[in-house]
Design a protein around this ligand. Structure first.
Ligand code: FES
Length: 287
């Protein structure tokens, strides 16, 4: 699973937990939160239904017992209302009550927000994870520089080498072309070339228009985006199309073992070149 996917899942999870948290708050603020108090018991007793009719037995003058029904209604004005067990019921102590609804909801609230913070932390961690484990975004070892340079040309034709781990095209660049170019004074975009005058550049494969992968075009000696037709020369300099600038490139260095290190966490942007360091096109277009 990519870091972006983990990040998106984390954000969605955090959103769900936030909704649950709001729901828990809404329940907690409801009128029925907390244990029943003595006042609530007394109020409830006055709202009870009227008691059932009472049948009274009377004795007649001839001594026989006759049952007659008399309906007696106990009203509020009655001087001696029958005892109501609800009124005599005392509220439970905290120990007897155990975990009240209020306590339960408070704890649920803390747990929900704890989970929310954990989701947020995981999302942030997933965002920086590639740098921690050495993937794209971290320095990438591209191997021996001399071997790499040997693979960059075929009988006078430049053959860019694609490095998937760095998402980069490596192309040759003659250091004599630096003066007056868009890269003059821009640090670390060219590496090597101290001995033979031929260094390398690492171009990010991502089109600077809308991010499509830009393939190389050997016949024209450039890069041509299949999405909207932006074209760049072999050094990634803008030629035509909707792209707003040259292809982006990464900072480079050569370590003590002669290996090229591509700093994929450091992207260098340059504006459309006014002077070009490579001829383009040199043949038919690919797009
Ligand atoms: S994404 Fe490359 S030209 Fe639009």
């Amino acid at each position: 699973m990519s870091a972006t996917t983990i990040f998106v899942v984390g954000i969605i999870g955090a959103g769900i937990l936030t909704v649950l948290g709001i729901f828990a708050i809404a329940i907690r603020r409801g009128p029925s939160a907390g244990p029943i108090t003595a006042e609530e018991l007394a109020d409830g007793a006055t709202n009870l239904e009227q008691p059932a009719p009472v049948v009274v037995e009377t004795e007649t003058s001839d001594g026989s017992e006759e049952a007659s029904a008399a309906v007696a209604t106990i009203t509020e004005s009655s001087s001696e209302p029958p005892p109501d067990p609800l009124i005599e019921k005392q509220p439970l102590s905290t120990v007897e009550y155990g975990v009240t609804r209020r306590k339960f909801l408070n704890r649920a609230l803390y747990i929900v927000f704890g989970l929310f913070l954990a989701q947020f932390a995981l999302g942030a961690l997933s965002y920086v994870w590639p740098k921690l484990k050495g993937g794209f975004g971290a320095p990438i070892n591209a191997g021996n520089l001399d071997e790499l340079k040997a693979a960059l040309s075929d009988g006078g034709t430049i053959t860019p080498v694609f490095l998937p781990a760095a998402q980069a095209w490596v192309v040759p660049f003659e250091t004599s072309n630096l003066a007056g170019s868009s890269y003059e004074g821009v640090p670390f975009v060219v590496a090597g070339g101290e001995s033979d005058g031929v260094g390398v550049m690492a171009l990010w494969q991502r089109c600077v228009h809308l991010g499509c992968r830009v393939p190389e075009c050997i016949p024209s000696q450039g890069f041509e985006c299949p999405c909207h037709g932006s074209r760049y020369n072999i050094h990634g300099e803008y030629n035509s199309g909707p792209a707003p600038r040259n292809m982006d490139r990464f900072s480079l260095s050569v370590n003590g073992a002669g290996e090229l290190i591509i700093e994929t966490g450091t992207v260098v942007q340059t504006p459309r070149s006014k002077t070009f360091t490579a001829e383009y096109p040199q043949g038919p277009f690919c797009v």
